[in-house]
Every structure is written in C-alpha cells, then in structure tokens.
Ligand binder design. Sequence first.
Ligand SMILES: Nc1ncnc2c1ncn2[C@@H]1O[C@H](COP(=O)(O)OP(=O)(O)OP(=O)(O)O)[C@@H](O)[C@H]1O
Ligand SMILES: [Mg+2]
Length: 325
Amino acid sequence: MSALLEVQDLRVTIGSTAAVRGASLAVNKGETHCLVGESGCGKSITALSVMGLLPRGAKRETTALRFAGEEIGHFGEREMSRLRGDRMAMIFQEPMTSLNPAYTVGSQMTEVLRRHRGTPRAQAVDRAAELLARVGITAPGLRLGQYPHQLSGGLRQRVMIAMALMCDPELLIADEPTTALDVTVQAQILRLLATLQKDLGLGILLITHDLGIVARVADRVSVMYAGEVVESAPTATLFAAPEHPYTRGLLSCVPVPGKVKRDEPLGSIPGVVPRMRPGFTGCGFRDRCGQASPACEGTLPRQQAGPDHELLCTLAPGWHGRNAA
Ligand SMILES: Nc1ncnc2c1ncn2[C@@H]1O[C@H](COP(=O)(O)OP(=O)(O)OP(=O)(O)O)[C@@H](O)[C@H]1O
Ligand SMILES: [Mg+2]
C-alpha cells in the first residue's frame, strides 16, 4: 500500500516545551489511522504540523514530511494554504473552530470551492447541497441559508465534515471530532466517517481518547507518549500483543477489541505526562515505567516487534511473556 502521508522524525518546540520529539507515522490511502495517547502528549500538535497550522512561535523540523509522495516540509504558507481544504482537510472537536459565525453555511461551504477551484457560484451551491445531503442533513437547501448558531452541535459537526469534503480531499485529519457530542450523535458521526471513507477512498488520521472508537474504526493505531510515537501496529495486533509498557498500561482494562465498550477510556497509569523540555533525551515514560533501566536515558532503539509492528523501547519484544514465565 502506498503511503498518502508520511511523517518522519517530526520535532516541534513551542517556547520551552518540546511538544513533539521525533514522531514518525504514515497514513495509507483509504486507511483509518488512529493516534491515541494521554492529554498533552502532542497529538494535536502533530496534526497541526501536517496541516501547516502550528501556533505562532512554534518551530517545526522533520526528516521527511511527504504528502502523496511529495515532500511538503519546505512549503511556505501560500503552498500550504493551497493544499489545505483542497487535498487535505482537518476537522476539530469544536466545529466553531472551522465555522465562522458571521456567514451562512452556504457561503462558507461555497467559498472553499470558489477559492481553490474558481467554481462558479451556482455550481458550488449544488455541490454544497449535495454534500449536506450526503452527510445526512435533511432539507439541505434550508440549511445552506442558516448561520452556524442556528444549528445543533451534531448538525454543526456534520456541516464541518461536509465543508471539509467540498474539494474531495485525499486526507482527512480529525482531531477528537466526536468528543463534545452525546453518545448517539457520536456513533452517527463515526458511522458517517466510515461510510465516507469507504465511498471516497479517504485516508483518515483520527485522534481520539476513546478505545471503543479505535477498536471499531481503526485499521492501524499509533500510540503517542510525551511527544514520541512509542508503538504502532495494525489494530488487531496492537490489541492482541501490545509491547510498550505504556501501551500495555493503556490497554490493561480492555485486552480484546470485541470487549471494548463504547466510551471506554484509556486505562490510567499512575502519574502524569511530564512536560518535556528541549534537550530532554531518552524515554519520556521512564519515570512511570515499572521496567525502566539506565538504558532508557539514552537513545531508544526503533524495533520491529512483528510484521508492520514498530516499537520504540529498550525492552526486547516479548519481554512481558518472559517475565511472567
Ligand atoms: N499554543 C501552544 N502554546 C504553547 N504550548 C502548547 C500550545 N499548544 C500545545 N502546547 C503544548 O504542547 C504539548 C502537546 O500538546 P497537544 O495539544 O498536542 O496535546 P494533545 O495530545 O493534543 O492533548 P489533548 O489530548 O489534551 O488534546 C503540550 O505540552 C502542550 O502544553
Ligand atoms: Mg489535542
């Protein structure tokens, strides 16, 4: 499978925080890749880095940042804004991050197409109405004339998704898109994303705290901790045979995908994610890890724990089995 998005050794510093410290991940075409990890571990900053939407003052470095095979790490704001909303789009937990309260749904949706493609207004309106219908909004004609505040939270989320799809993107990044919604609406939105992905062949990078969501929708999971991707594997492998002590902690309450309930939170591990200072070396998890050794303060080996299963840890894959024996 060819990678749609490849992030290699992403490092982001914001002031005195090393927000991302060498994270790597790849999203394949037509695949849902879930990025999980505790609050503050760098998930949103990773997503924003890809989109070129980092906060002012943030410094980004990568070995490679490729989209559809093309290196985009050196792209300036103009080139990035051409990609954004066109070939790659992002949706957020809070739809009002994307929606402007001062404009109607219709004018915001059509603006995306007009800006990127110069599509005539009437045609853009047709496309907007078609997408609103596609995301399950009834009476799309009526909704196009409404303002965001006239819509419920679930409807706004659907509008944001429809708007993200206006230019038929290849990659959709969704940062906790359902966290603020009630459970029924969450399930509807996730089903919608899954359907859209199948129909449109989208690659999706989905950031979530919810292991139930991961188990149901992810093809692949990457686990982030303190600015690094510590483990990445196909979903079934990760649930069945987690290797990193942090992943094992997260999954400790829910070892089998089929047994994960809706809204099941990540397992809790004593302690909190440390705030990383630039210059910190070694494993960020070592202070909370029952398996830590002096080697964890040095450069960590990137290991293959199995086919397509990557591990960033000093422990040898399978260490847990040997310990138990
Ligand atoms: N605008 C900002 N200015 C300064 N530091 C920031 C900013 N945004 C994020 N950070 C810091 O960068 C680190 C990573 O934050 P990030 O928002 O990516 O975490 P996250 O994994 O998305 O967490 P959550 O699950 O809570 O959304 C944190 O230490 C955070 O405090
Ligand atoms: Mg976040």
